[in-house]
Design a protein around this ligand. Structure first.
Ligand SMILES: Nc1nc2c(ncn2[C@@H]2O[C@H](COP(=O)(O)OP(=O)(O)OP(=O)(O)O)[C@@H](O)[C@H]2O)c(=O)[nH]1
Ligand SMILES: [Mg+2]
Length: 388
Protein backbone atom coordinates (compact mmCIF):
# COMPACT_ATOMS: atom_id res chain seq x y z
CA UNK A 1 0.00 0.00 0.00
CA UNK A 2 1.40 3.42 -1.00
CA UNK A 3 0.68 6.20 1.50
CA UNK A 4 0.83 9.84 0.41
CA UNK A 5 3.47 11.79 2.32
CA UNK A 6 2.12 14.82 4.16
CA UNK A 7 4.20 17.98 4.26
CA UNK A 8 4.29 18.30 8.01
CA UNK A 9 2.94 16.64 11.11
CA UNK A 10 -0.19 17.67 12.91
CA UNK A 11 0.70 19.29 16.19
CA UNK A 12 4.14 20.43 15.15
CA UNK A 13 2.95 23.98 14.85
CA UNK A 14 0.29 26.17 16.47
CA UNK A 15 -0.31 27.93 13.23
CA UNK A 16 -4.07 27.57 12.70
CA UNK A 17 -3.85 27.97 8.95
CA UNK A 18 -1.28 25.25 8.67
CA UNK A 19 -3.39 22.97 10.85
CA UNK A 20 -6.46 23.55 8.65
CA UNK A 21 -4.36 22.82 5.62
CA UNK A 22 -3.34 19.48 7.13
CA UNK A 23 -6.94 18.66 7.96
CA UNK A 24 -7.86 19.37 4.36
CA UNK A 25 -5.05 17.12 3.18
CA UNK A 26 -6.19 14.27 5.42
CA UNK A 27 -9.77 14.62 4.20
CA UNK A 28 -8.43 14.68 0.68
CA UNK A 29 -6.42 11.56 1.38
CA UNK A 30 -9.49 9.74 2.68
CA UNK A 31 -11.42 10.87 -0.40
CA UNK A 32 -8.69 9.98 -2.86
CA UNK A 33 -7.61 6.82 -1.06
CA UNK A 34 -8.97 4.47 -3.65
CA UNK A 35 -7.40 1.45 -2.05
CA UNK A 36 -9.83 -0.09 0.41
CA UNK A 37 -8.85 -1.05 3.94
CA UNK A 38 -8.44 -4.80 3.75
CA UNK A 39 -9.45 -6.95 6.69
CA UNK A 40 -8.99 -10.69 6.92
CA UNK A 41 -11.03 -12.90 9.25
CA UNK A 42 -9.08 -15.86 10.61
CA UNK A 43 -9.79 -18.51 13.23
CA UNK A 44 -10.60 -22.20 13.60
CA UNK A 45 -13.77 -23.77 12.18
CA UNK A 46 -17.03 -22.53 13.75
CA UNK A 47 -15.32 -19.64 15.55
CA UNK A 48 -17.78 -17.12 14.05
CA UNK A 49 -16.02 -15.58 11.01
CA UNK A 50 -18.92 -15.87 8.58
CA UNK A 51 -21.29 -14.60 11.28
CA UNK A 52 -19.21 -11.40 11.40
CA UNK A 53 -19.52 -11.09 7.60
CA UNK A 54 -23.30 -11.41 7.95
CA UNK A 55 -23.27 -8.66 10.59
CA UNK A 56 -21.34 -6.38 8.20
CA UNK A 57 -24.10 -6.99 5.62
CA UNK A 58 -26.71 -6.00 8.20
CA UNK A 59 -24.79 -2.98 9.49
CA UNK A 60 -23.07 -1.60 6.40
CA UNK A 61 -24.75 -3.05 3.30
CA UNK A 62 -28.50 -3.25 2.66
CA UNK A 63 -29.00 -6.32 4.82
CA UNK A 64 -30.81 -9.39 3.52
CA UNK A 65 -33.39 -9.32 0.74
CA UNK A 66 -36.50 -11.54 0.70
CA UNK A 67 -34.79 -13.80 -1.82
CA UNK A 68 -31.63 -14.05 0.38
CA UNK A 69 -33.92 -15.15 3.21
CA UNK A 70 -35.90 -17.63 1.10
CA UNK A 71 -32.64 -19.17 -0.09
CA UNK A 72 -31.65 -20.01 3.49
CA UNK A 73 -34.84 -21.84 4.50
CA UNK A 74 -33.51 -25.15 3.25
CA UNK A 75 -30.20 -24.68 5.09
CA UNK A 76 -32.00 -23.86 8.35
CA UNK A 77 -34.18 -26.95 8.01
CA UNK A 78 -31.04 -28.93 7.29
CA UNK A 79 -29.50 -27.45 10.50
CA UNK A 80 -32.54 -28.76 12.40
CA UNK A 81 -32.12 -32.19 10.96
CA UNK A 82 -28.37 -32.31 11.59
CA UNK A 83 -29.05 -31.26 15.21
CA UNK A 84 -31.78 -33.75 16.07
CA UNK A 85 -30.00 -36.54 14.18
CA UNK A 86 -26.68 -35.97 15.98
CA UNK A 87 -28.29 -35.61 19.42
CA UNK A 88 -30.40 -38.75 19.01
CA UNK A 89 -27.85 -40.96 17.26
CA UNK A 90 -25.28 -40.42 20.04
CA UNK A 91 -27.63 -41.55 22.82
CA UNK A 92 -26.59 -45.26 22.84
CA UNK A 93 -22.88 -44.32 23.05
CA UNK A 94 -23.68 -42.05 26.01
CA UNK A 95 -25.67 -44.86 27.68
CA UNK A 96 -28.92 -42.87 27.34
CA UNK A 97 -32.43 -44.01 26.46
CA UNK A 98 -35.60 -42.20 25.54
CA UNK A 99 -37.47 -41.16 28.65
CA UNK A 100 -40.83 -41.73 27.01
CA UNK A 101 -40.89 -45.04 25.11
CA UNK A 102 -43.84 -43.88 23.00
CA UNK A 103 -41.31 -41.64 21.18
CA UNK A 104 -39.49 -44.69 19.80
CA UNK A 105 -41.24 -44.52 16.37
CA UNK A 106 -40.06 -40.89 16.07
CA UNK A 107 -36.49 -41.92 16.88
CA UNK A 108 -36.66 -44.65 14.24
CA UNK A 109 -38.13 -42.23 11.70
CA UNK A 110 -35.30 -39.71 12.20
CA UNK A 111 -32.64 -42.44 12.09
CA UNK A 112 -34.12 -43.77 8.84
CA UNK A 113 -33.71 -40.30 7.29
CA UNK A 114 -29.92 -40.69 7.73
CA UNK A 115 -27.53 -37.76 8.20
CA UNK A 116 -28.54 -36.26 4.84
CA UNK A 117 -32.11 -35.60 6.01
CA UNK A 118 -35.62 -36.42 4.78
CA UNK A 119 -36.74 -36.32 1.16
CA UNK A 120 -39.23 -33.66 2.21
CA UNK A 121 -39.46 -31.43 5.29
CA UNK A 122 -43.18 -32.00 5.76
CA UNK A 123 -45.55 -31.86 8.74
CA UNK A 124 -44.95 -35.49 9.64
CA UNK A 125 -41.20 -34.91 9.75
CA UNK A 126 -41.44 -31.87 12.04
CA UNK A 127 -43.89 -33.69 14.36
CA UNK A 128 -41.29 -36.39 14.95
CA UNK A 129 -38.61 -33.76 15.62
CA UNK A 130 -40.85 -31.99 18.15
CA UNK A 131 -41.68 -35.21 20.01
CA UNK A 132 -38.02 -36.11 20.31
CA UNK A 133 -36.90 -32.62 21.34
CA UNK A 134 -39.42 -32.70 24.22
CA UNK A 135 -38.10 -36.07 25.46
CA UNK A 136 -36.04 -35.99 28.68
CA UNK A 137 -33.51 -38.55 27.37
CA UNK A 138 -32.91 -36.46 24.22
CA UNK A 139 -32.50 -33.36 26.40
CA UNK A 140 -29.89 -35.16 28.51
CA UNK A 141 -28.00 -36.14 25.35
CA UNK A 142 -28.14 -32.48 24.27
CA UNK A 143 -26.80 -31.40 27.67
CA UNK A 144 -23.76 -33.67 27.14
CA UNK A 145 -23.09 -32.41 23.61
CA UNK A 146 -19.45 -31.62 24.31
CA UNK A 147 -18.91 -35.42 24.20
CA UNK A 148 -19.72 -35.49 20.47
CA UNK A 149 -19.99 -32.98 17.62
CA UNK A 150 -23.05 -30.71 17.50
CA UNK A 151 -23.60 -27.33 15.83
CA UNK A 152 -23.91 -24.36 18.19
CA UNK A 153 -27.31 -23.34 16.84
CA UNK A 154 -28.96 -26.69 17.64
CA UNK A 155 -30.92 -25.42 20.66
CA UNK A 156 -31.84 -22.14 18.96
CA UNK A 157 -33.46 -23.86 15.96
CA UNK A 158 -34.94 -26.85 17.83
CA UNK A 159 -36.69 -24.36 20.11
CA UNK A 160 -38.20 -22.79 16.97
CA UNK A 161 -39.30 -25.91 15.07
CA UNK A 162 -42.93 -24.75 15.07
CA UNK A 163 -41.97 -21.53 13.33
CA UNK A 164 -39.48 -23.04 10.87
CA UNK A 165 -42.04 -25.75 9.92
CA UNK A 166 -44.61 -23.21 8.72
CA UNK A 167 -45.13 -23.15 4.93
CA UNK A 168 -44.86 -19.33 4.95
CA UNK A 169 -41.70 -19.29 7.09
CA UNK A 170 -39.20 -16.56 6.16
CA UNK A 171 -36.04 -16.41 8.30
CA UNK A 172 -35.44 -13.32 10.45
CA UNK A 173 -31.99 -11.68 10.74
CA UNK A 174 -31.45 -13.59 14.00
CA UNK A 175 -32.23 -16.87 12.21
CA UNK A 176 -29.81 -16.05 9.38
CA UNK A 177 -27.08 -15.21 11.90
CA UNK A 178 -27.60 -18.63 13.52
CA UNK A 179 -27.72 -20.60 10.29
CA UNK A 180 -24.58 -22.71 10.05
CA UNK A 181 -22.87 -23.36 6.74
CA UNK A 182 -19.22 -24.32 6.67
CA UNK A 183 -17.09 -22.00 4.53
CA UNK A 184 -14.95 -23.51 1.81
CA UNK A 185 -12.74 -21.29 -0.33
CA UNK A 186 -12.40 -17.54 0.06
CA UNK A 187 -15.19 -14.97 0.09
CA UNK A 188 -15.06 -11.19 -0.02
CA UNK A 189 -17.52 -8.54 1.05
CA UNK A 190 -17.10 -4.85 0.18
CA UNK A 191 -18.70 -2.01 2.11
CA UNK A 192 -18.37 1.68 2.91
CA UNK A 193 -18.24 3.11 6.41
CA UNK A 194 -18.47 6.70 7.57
CA UNK A 195 -15.26 7.79 9.24
CA UNK A 196 -15.99 9.40 12.65
CA UNK A 197 -15.69 13.22 12.75
CA UNK A 198 -12.97 12.80 15.37
CA UNK A 199 -10.96 11.00 12.69
CA UNK A 200 -11.51 13.71 10.06
CA UNK A 201 -14.81 12.38 8.67
CA UNK A 202 -15.42 11.14 5.15
CA UNK A 203 -16.18 7.68 3.91
CA UNK A 204 -13.88 4.69 3.86
CA UNK A 205 -14.08 1.59 1.69
CA UNK A 206 -13.58 -1.76 3.38
CA UNK A 207 -12.90 -5.15 1.91
CA UNK A 208 -13.39 -8.03 4.27
CA UNK A 209 -12.19 -11.53 3.44
CA UNK A 210 -13.70 -14.68 4.92
CA UNK A 211 -11.94 -18.05 4.75
CA UNK A 212 -12.76 -21.56 5.94
CA UNK A 213 -11.26 -22.29 9.36
CA UNK A 214 -11.11 -26.08 9.38
CA UNK A 215 -7.65 -27.60 9.01
CA UNK A 216 -8.18 -28.65 5.38
CA UNK A 217 -9.07 -25.05 4.44
CA UNK A 218 -6.09 -23.30 6.00
CA UNK A 219 -3.63 -23.99 3.18
CA UNK A 220 -5.69 -21.55 1.08
CA UNK A 221 -5.21 -18.66 3.51
CA UNK A 222 -1.86 -17.50 2.16
CA UNK A 223 -3.54 -16.44 -1.09
CA UNK A 224 -5.10 -13.48 0.71
CA UNK A 225 -2.24 -12.41 3.03
CA UNK A 226 -0.85 -9.83 0.60
CA UNK A 227 -1.73 -6.22 1.46
CA UNK A 228 -3.93 -7.03 4.47
CA UNK A 229 -4.15 -4.09 6.93
CA UNK A 230 -5.66 -5.96 9.84
CA UNK A 231 -6.48 -9.50 10.89
CA UNK A 232 -9.56 -10.18 13.00
CA UNK A 233 -8.79 -13.43 14.75
CA UNK A 234 -11.94 -15.15 16.04
CA UNK A 235 -11.84 -17.47 19.04
CA UNK A 236 -14.86 -19.48 20.20
CA UNK A 237 -14.33 -19.18 23.97
CA UNK A 238 -17.08 -21.71 24.72
CA UNK A 239 -14.95 -24.32 22.94
CA UNK A 240 -12.92 -25.05 26.08
CA UNK A 241 -14.64 -28.43 26.72
CA UNK A 242 -15.04 -29.51 23.08
CA UNK A 243 -12.99 -31.59 20.71
CA UNK A 244 -12.04 -30.62 17.18
CA UNK A 245 -14.35 -31.88 14.44
CA UNK A 246 -11.35 -32.74 12.21
CA UNK A 247 -9.28 -34.39 14.97
CA UNK A 248 -11.06 -35.82 17.98
CA UNK A 249 -7.80 -36.02 19.94
CA UNK A 250 -7.43 -32.23 19.98
CA UNK A 251 -9.17 -29.76 22.32
CA UNK A 252 -10.78 -26.95 20.30
CA UNK A 253 -9.46 -24.09 22.44
CA UNK A 254 -5.92 -25.54 22.34
CA UNK A 255 -6.23 -25.69 18.54
CA UNK A 256 -7.23 -22.00 18.54
CA UNK A 257 -4.21 -21.11 20.71
CA UNK A 258 -1.82 -23.01 18.44
CA UNK A 259 -3.34 -21.46 15.33
CA UNK A 260 -3.14 -17.99 16.88
CA UNK A 261 0.55 -18.53 17.61
CA UNK A 262 1.12 -19.47 13.94
CA UNK A 263 -0.73 -16.33 12.79
CA UNK A 264 1.07 -14.07 15.27
CA UNK A 265 4.45 -15.39 14.16
CA UNK A 266 3.73 -15.57 10.44
CA UNK A 267 6.33 -13.50 8.61
CA UNK A 268 3.69 -12.74 5.94
CA UNK A 269 1.48 -10.98 8.46
CA UNK A 270 4.02 -8.92 10.42
CA UNK A 271 2.73 -5.68 8.89
CA UNK A 272 -0.94 -6.40 9.64
CA UNK A 273 -2.66 -5.17 12.78
CA UNK A 274 -4.05 -7.96 14.93
CA UNK A 275 -7.38 -7.84 16.74
CA UNK A 276 -8.57 -10.87 18.68
CA UNK A 277 -12.33 -11.37 19.03
CA UNK A 278 -12.87 -13.54 22.11
CA UNK A 279 -16.19 -14.71 20.74
CA UNK A 280 -19.22 -16.76 21.88
CA UNK A 281 -19.34 -14.99 25.25
CA UNK A 282 -23.05 -15.87 25.57
CA UNK A 283 -22.32 -19.59 25.21
CA UNK A 284 -19.32 -19.36 27.53
CA UNK A 285 -21.44 -17.71 30.21
CA UNK A 286 -24.11 -20.44 29.86
CA UNK A 287 -21.57 -23.20 30.25
CA UNK A 288 -20.14 -21.63 33.40
CA UNK A 289 -23.68 -21.18 34.78
CA UNK A 290 -24.24 -24.91 34.18
CA UNK A 291 -21.29 -25.55 36.50
CA UNK A 292 -18.69 -26.48 33.86
CA UNK A 293 -15.14 -25.44 34.65
CA UNK A 294 -12.27 -24.66 32.31
CA UNK A 295 -9.93 -26.12 34.98
CA UNK A 296 -10.91 -29.64 33.86
CA UNK A 297 -9.26 -28.96 30.50
CA UNK A 298 -6.73 -26.26 31.44
CA UNK A 299 -5.47 -27.13 34.96
CA UNK A 300 -3.39 -23.90 34.95
CA UNK A 301 -6.69 -22.15 35.70
CA UNK A 302 -6.42 -23.37 39.31
CA UNK A 303 -3.36 -21.13 39.76
CA UNK A 304 -4.87 -18.17 37.88
CA UNK A 305 -5.48 -15.18 40.11
CA UNK A 306 -8.14 -12.64 39.10
CA UNK A 307 -11.04 -10.95 40.82
CA UNK A 308 -14.66 -11.50 39.86
CA UNK A 309 -17.21 -14.25 39.46
CA UNK A 310 -16.44 -17.56 37.77
CA UNK A 311 -17.47 -16.38 34.29
CA UNK A 312 -15.40 -13.18 34.54
CA UNK A 313 -12.38 -15.10 35.78
CA UNK A 314 -12.76 -17.68 33.02
CA UNK A 315 -12.92 -15.12 30.24
CA UNK A 316 -9.95 -13.19 31.67
CA UNK A 317 -8.02 -16.45 31.91
CA UNK A 318 -8.75 -17.23 28.25
CA UNK A 319 -7.62 -13.73 27.29
CA UNK A 320 -4.44 -14.14 29.32
CA UNK A 321 -3.58 -17.35 27.43
CA UNK A 322 -3.84 -15.53 24.09
CA UNK A 323 -2.04 -12.44 25.41
CA UNK A 324 0.79 -14.71 26.59
CA UNK A 325 1.30 -15.89 23.01
CA UNK A 326 1.93 -12.28 21.96
CA UNK A 327 4.30 -11.51 24.81
CA UNK A 328 6.34 -14.68 25.09
CA UNK A 329 10.02 -13.77 25.35
CA UNK A 330 9.06 -10.17 24.65
CA UNK A 331 8.44 -7.03 26.67
CA UNK A 332 4.82 -6.43 27.64
CA UNK A 333 3.16 -3.18 28.57
CA UNK A 334 -0.49 -3.07 29.50
CA UNK A 335 -2.47 0.02 28.53
CA UNK A 336 -5.77 1.09 29.99
CA UNK A 337 -7.98 1.69 26.98
CA UNK A 338 -11.54 0.54 26.31
CA UNK A 339 -10.11 -2.36 24.37
CA UNK A 340 -7.29 -4.00 26.30
CA UNK A 341 -4.15 -3.23 24.40
CA UNK A 342 -0.77 -4.88 24.61
CA UNK A 343 2.17 -3.20 22.97
CA UNK A 344 4.91 -5.62 22.10
CA UNK A 345 8.35 -4.43 21.21
CA UNK A 346 10.09 -6.58 18.66
CA UNK A 347 13.43 -4.99 17.91
CA UNK A 348 12.54 -1.35 17.41
CA UNK A 349 9.17 -2.08 15.91
CA UNK A 350 6.13 -1.93 18.17
CA UNK A 351 3.52 -4.56 17.43
CA UNK A 352 0.05 -4.30 18.83
CA UNK A 353 -2.62 -6.84 19.62
CA UNK A 354 -6.09 -5.80 20.76
CA UNK A 355 -8.61 -8.00 22.53
CA UNK A 356 -12.39 -7.74 22.47
CA UNK A 357 -15.01 -9.93 24.14
CA UNK A 358 -17.74 -10.53 21.57
CA UNK A 359 -20.99 -12.33 20.80
CA UNK A 360 -21.00 -12.39 17.00
CA UNK A 361 -24.73 -13.19 16.80
CA UNK A 362 -25.55 -9.95 18.68
CA UNK A 363 -25.77 -7.08 16.17
CA UNK A 364 -25.52 -4.30 18.80
CA UNK A 365 -22.43 -5.87 20.30
CA UNK A 366 -20.74 -6.23 16.89
CA UNK A 367 -21.68 -2.64 15.96
CA UNK A 368 -20.02 -1.32 19.15
CA UNK A 369 -16.92 -3.46 18.66
CA UNK A 370 -16.70 -2.42 15.01
CA UNK A 371 -16.68 1.27 16.00
CA UNK A 372 -13.75 0.66 18.34
CA UNK A 373 -11.89 -1.49 15.89
CA UNK A 374 -12.47 0.96 13.05
CA UNK A 375 -10.79 3.69 15.12
CA UNK A 376 -7.89 1.39 15.96
CA UNK A 377 -7.32 0.58 12.28
CA UNK A 378 -7.55 4.21 11.20
CA UNK A 379 -5.13 5.25 13.94
CA UNK A 380 -2.72 2.56 12.79
CA UNK A 381 -2.88 3.79 9.22
CA UNK A 382 -2.60 7.44 10.21
CA UNK A 383 0.28 6.71 12.56
CA UNK A 384 2.10 4.96 9.75
CA UNK A 385 1.72 8.29 7.92
CA UNK A 386 3.08 10.12 10.94
CA UNK A 387 -0.18 11.93 11.76
CA UNK A 388 -1.06 10.61 15.23
N1 LIG B 1 -24.55 -18.31 20.38
C1 LIG B 1 -23.59 -17.88 19.56
N2 LIG B 1 -23.42 -18.49 18.37
C2 LIG B 1 -22.44 -18.03 17.57
C3 LIG B 1 -21.60 -16.94 17.92
N3 LIG B 1 -20.75 -16.73 16.89
C4 LIG B 1 -21.07 -17.62 15.94
N4 LIG B 1 -22.08 -18.42 16.35
C5 LIG B 1 -22.68 -19.55 15.64
O1 LIG B 1 -21.66 -20.52 15.47
C6 LIG B 1 -21.81 -21.19 14.23
C7 LIG B 1 -20.51 -21.11 13.46
O2 LIG B 1 -20.29 -19.79 13.06
P1 LIG B 1 -19.64 -19.44 11.65
O3 LIG B 1 -19.66 -17.95 11.53
O4 LIG B 1 -20.26 -20.23 10.57
O5 LIG B 1 -18.15 -19.95 11.90
P2 LIG B 1 -16.91 -19.85 10.89
O6 LIG B 1 -15.76 -19.34 11.70
O7 LIG B 1 -17.27 -19.07 9.68
O8 LIG B 1 -16.67 -21.39 10.54
P3 LIG B 1 -15.94 -22.00 9.21
O9 LIG B 1 -16.64 -21.44 8.02
O10 LIG B 1 -16.07 -23.48 9.34
O11 LIG B 1 -14.51 -21.58 9.31
C8 LIG B 1 -23.00 -20.52 13.52
O12 LIG B 1 -24.13 -21.32 13.68
C9 LIG B 1 -23.17 -19.19 14.26
O13 LIG B 1 -24.51 -18.77 14.30
C10 LIG B 1 -21.79 -16.33 19.20
O14 LIG B 1 -21.09 -15.40 19.60
N5 LIG B 1 -22.80 -16.85 19.97
MG1 LIG C 1 -17.37 -19.57 7.75
Amino acid sequence: MKMPILKCRKGETDDEENSKEIDREIKQWIKSYNEAIKLLLLGTGESGKTTIIKQMKILHVQGFSASDRAEKIQFIRQNIHESIYDITSHMPALGLELQNFSNEPSRQYIMRCGPQGPAEFDEEYFDHVLKLWRDGGVKESFRRNNEYQLIDSAEYFLDRVDLVARPDYLPSDADLLRCRQKTTGIQKIEFKVKVPKSMQGGVQDFWMFDVGGQRGERKKWIQVFEGIHAIWFLVACSDFDQRLREDLSQNRLKEALELFEDVWQSRFLLEAGLIVFLNKQDLLENKIKQGKSIATYFPEYNEYKAAGDEYTRTRLFIRSMFADVTTRKRERKKMSTSAEKFIVLEGNKPRECFFHFTTATDTDNVAAVFRDVHQIILKQIFSSMGIF
